[in-house]
Write a protein that binds this ligand. Structure first.
Ligand code: MGD
Ligand code: SF4
Length: 717
């Protein structure tokens, strides 16, 4: 109970990319309550049901309290010393015999920035391999590639404050009501405060988000590119283009080739609403109406999207096409006008995109392939740049393929559960068993830790301090509130120990998180994503970078005066050499796997409100478990009748890769279009783990897998 708290400690919610500020109530060394931080501008005191119940994930029966090593197929408790020595011996052996690219690291958008920074430096700087990737590849990679290709710089130009300034919301491929609940409540407030606000929701599934839509477009899965191009067509046809903006701030491109406005217009001739209508399954007039509302000259328009666009083999292109609509209409870089990609995890931006903990990146939005970038980072890391590899390492799917093929000998997994969350699981679980796998976890067993050779007990949320960076560029500090249980240690401690024992102690002299942060801050200094000091972050309710003067203001809108400290006048897309963003001609392309006579349904997968990803944490909370004890398959009423299934009956879902058995949910909280089914991916029970069914095809630019679409057959079980 809240009144028992001896003190309240400032932190951030453990779960989603919204990044709500929390105050954790501590009593007798335990977190006994959590409340929304009223002073945090993200949530202003609100929390969703997962956030408010956070104390219940701490002292659970399955907390991992000691290091363990698998001996003769059984996990045996060992000392930290024994576990670390074994890990170091395995790393040394593999590197000596097969070279640095035989080892890898798989991290998480839930790591604090300091963990990701140390891991990045250890693998890319000390060991000399770029084999470091993480779950944001499965989540945000297409958004990264979209921002970088269109604007030359990653991450949104706007912030959440745009919600209170916008009066048209274009929400495509995002179910904010369940995946970004507190942000959704800000949207609802905005709508309630102003009768003029219009909300457009584009989704093949009727979701809870669609419940507040003024226009709901339930289109055919996988046809976003055609729809977005068609909207661009209407914007040009109806003369809704902001000609001045376009001529001053944009280039038209098709691949590497520059186009004229007229050539771009000619490209769109294939996308008239009439031509596109049968493909997308929407009336032509509805496409026109939506485009006109989006582009209305007297309105501010904010787009929001997430996995529906990102988790696609054309995810990068889909991102480009949303940016196109804002650039064509000039609805960008002004309050309430912004293409805003929603982030999935609490620190996918702060710890992975900014720290550069993916296989092609270096800190502060640099890339491994650029010699100047390697040199700059090598200088800060105190190493010879020759020690760093120019070759991007394995991205997520490649990394688990390398484990399956035997090329990857040692893999360290921290703060993620790929044994449940990777697509086409059967193949990759076999790979995880084959390679020597170290898993740093807070709980055991999980679907990954059960396959490990060594498990290391990790300190959980608020048992360690650290920094998270949320989806609006807000860097926030979480204080340590309580001691970790048993022998659990912060992940950063284990990383530093392994670094020292591998002989790299001189590169890792850090005694505190402040020291790690201050070195990382040097990487960002002089770039256009400057960060504030650790001391200041401890006091503030987060700061949205760039923070040009460490003691000065943070930044509401990038690329635009008077908000962006690097722009003196007007708008400048300074990520591009000529300061111009790109409007891309990108054709429609089908998903990798289309329904056919054998596999006639589209399968889509995603989240529900009550659970977090693989549910290791949320299934430990009785209230959440009771509310949503097992996952199910949502089927449209008409399809259910066709296959003779009633609500609650078991259904077998089969793809070319695997099978699942789930209860049918008809007219549940979501309703897919006929011909499509939807399954949440939180279930830990083998027969209900939908990633045995999903496809591991990925976007060839962003390398993000196409979790959102594959073809399946359904049968009453
Ligand atoms: P999580 O449950 O978030 O799932 O998938 P994962 O990252 O694999 O895993 C986090 C793990 O970290 C948990 O096991 C938790 O117990 C542990 N943990 C918690 N705190 C700590 C800590 O401080 N230290 C350590 N070491 N461990 C900790 C997410 C992934 O799933 C993502 S990001 C996406 S976007 C994909 N989405 C998706 C989908 O939409 N559909 C399908 N079918 N699959 C998907 N998989 C992907
Ligand atoms: Fe936590 Fe996200 Fe809920 Fe906020 S909206 S309380 S960050 S899960």
């Amino acid at each position: 109970p809240q009144h028992d708290a001896e003190k309240w400690v400032k932190g951030v919610c453990r779960y989603c990319g919204v990044g709500c500020g929390v105050l954790a109530g501590v009593s007798k060394g335990k977190i006994v309550a959590v409340k929304g931080d009223p002073d945090n501008p993200v949530n202003k005191g609100r929390l969703c049901v997962k956030g408010i119940l956070l104390p219940k994930i701490m002292d659970t029966k399955d907390r991992l309290l000691h290091p363990m090593v698998k001996k003769d197929g059984q996990f045996v408790k060992v000392s930290w010393d024994e576990a670390l020595n074994l890990i170091v011996a395995k790393f040394k052996d593999a590197i000596a015999q097969f070279g640095p690219d035989s080892v890898g690291f798989y991290g998480s958008g839930q790591n604090i920035a300091e963990e990701a920074y140390v891991a990045n430096k250890l693998f890319k700087g000390a060991i000399g391999t770029n084999n470091i990737d993480g779950n944001p590849r499965t989540c945000m990679a297409s958004a990264v590639a979209g921002y970088v290709s269109t604007f030359g710089e990653d991450e949104p130009m706007g912030t959440y404050a745009d919600i209170e300034e916008a009066d048209v919301f274009f929400i495509i491929g995002a179910n904010m009501a369940e995946a970004h609940p507190v942000l959704f409540s800000r949207l609802v407030d905005r709508k309630n405060s102003n009768p003029n606000v219009k909300i457009i929701v584009v989704d093949p599934r009727r979701t809870r988000t669609a419940d507040i839509a003024d226009m709901f477009l339930q289109f055919v899965p996988g046809t976003d590119l055609a729809l977005l191009n068609s909207m661009a067509y209407v914007i040009i046809e109806d003369n809704l283009v902001d000609r001045d903006f376009v001529s001053q701030h944009t280039n038209f491109m098709q691949g590497e080739k520059k186009l004229t406005f007229d050539e771009f217009k000619a490209f769109l001739a294939d996308y008239t609403p009439e031509k596109v209508s049968p493909l997308v399954g929407l009336p032509a007039e509805q496409i026109r109406e939506v485009a006109r509302l989006f582009a209305a000259k007297d309105r501010n328009t904010m787009s929001m999207w997430t996995m529906g666009l990102n988790q696609r083999i054309r995810g990068t292109w889909a991102n480009n096409l949303v940016h196109n609509l804002h650039l064509l209409t000039g609805k960008i870089c002004r309050p309430g006008n912004t293409p805003f990609s929603l982030t999935g995890q609490p620190s996918a931006c702060g710890s992975i995109r900014e720290v550069g903990a993916l296989s092609h990146l270096l800190p502060a939005h640099r890339v491994v392939a650029n010699p100047k970038h390697r040199e700059e980072i090598a200088k800060i890391w105190g190493i010879d740049p020759a020690r760093m590899s120019a070759k991007p390492g394995y991205h997520t799917i490649e990394m688990f393929r390398a484990a399956a093929s035997g090329a990857l000998k040692v893999l360290w997994v921290v703060c993620t559960n790929p044994g449940q969350s990777i697509p086409n699981l059967k193949l990759y679980r076999e790979g995880m068993e084959k390679t020597f796998m170290i898993v740093s976890e807070t709980y055991h067993p999980t679907r990954t830790s059960e396959l490990a050779d060594v498990v290391l007990p990790a300190a959980l949320w608020m048992e360690k301090e650290g920094v998270y960076g949320n989806g609006e560029r807000r860097t926030q500090h979480l204080a340590k509130a309580v001691e970790p249980p048993g022998e659990a240690k912060p992940d950063v401690w284990a990383l530093l120990e392994v670094a020292k024992r591998l002989g790299f102690g001189d590169l890792f002299p850090f005694k505190t998180n402040d020291e790690i942060w201050e070195e990382y801050r040097k990487c960002a200094s002089g770039t256009k994503m400057e960060l504030s000091t650790y001391d200041r972050l401890k006091k503030e309710r987060g700061l949205t970078w760039p923070v040009h003067d460490p003691n000065g203001p943070d930044t509401y809108i990038r690329y635009a005066a008077p908000y962006d400290p690097y722009v003196k006048e007007g708008i400048q897309f300074y990520g591009k050499p000529d300061g111009r963003a790109v409007i891309f001609a990108r054709p429609h392309a089908n998903p990798q796997e289309m329904p056919d006579a054998d596999y006639p349904f589209y399968l889509s997968t995603g989240r529900v409100l009550e659970h977090w990803h693989t549910a290791t944490m949320t299934m430990n909370v009785p209230e959440l478990k009771r509310a949503m004890p097992e996952m199910y398959v949502e089927i449209n009423q008409a399809d259910a009748e066709k296959i003779g299934v009633k609500d609650g009956e078991l259904v077998t879902i089969t793809s070319r890769r695997g099978q699942c058995r789930l209860k049918a949910k008809i007219n549940g909280r979501g309703q897919p279009r006929p011909g499509m089914v939807y399954v949440p991916f939180h279930d830990t029970e083998m027969s209900r783990m939908i990633n045995f069914v999903t496809i591991d095809a990925f976007d060839d630019v962003s390398k993000q897998p196409e979790y959102k679409i594959c073809a399946v057959q359904l049968a009453k079980a």
